[in-house]
Design a protein. Sequence first.
Length: 164
Amino acid sequence: MNSVVNRKYPTIFVTSNQQPFLPHTVMKSYRRELWFETSTRRAFINITPEVEKCLSESGIKEGLILVNAMHITSSVFINDDESGLHHDFEVWLEKLAPEKPYSQYRHNGFEDNADAHIKRTVMGREVVVAVTNGRFDFGPWEQIFYGEFDGKRRKRVLVKIIGE
């Protein structure tokens, strides 16, 4: 791999020995919605197997996958699938934005879910993962999670994959 530093502009250009992008290459696109309904107000669900199934169905071997929550009180994030960590998330988020008393939030009225909006903002809306040789380019222990902060109703997650 060769790096070239442009002295006038602080941008680094990197070249590698991989196959160059050819203009005649056809970019494919795949879209699917995953639906979830939790029995509790808050939950963390490992959705990696469902997203892997989408990748397999797409036939895309090289590209990017976007996974995003399509509801303002739920989240998609990448982290370790370890129950102690998930408990720690729950405790920390509840300290940061406690559900009750509902009166502490100006947003609450029709629905008492202001805390869920804040938790979603902290945990994130989406993830983007590189795909190489038909597999996610994950680091050690990385998994994709759906975070629910105002459950007990159906919500969806978008999976969008582009590549070749």
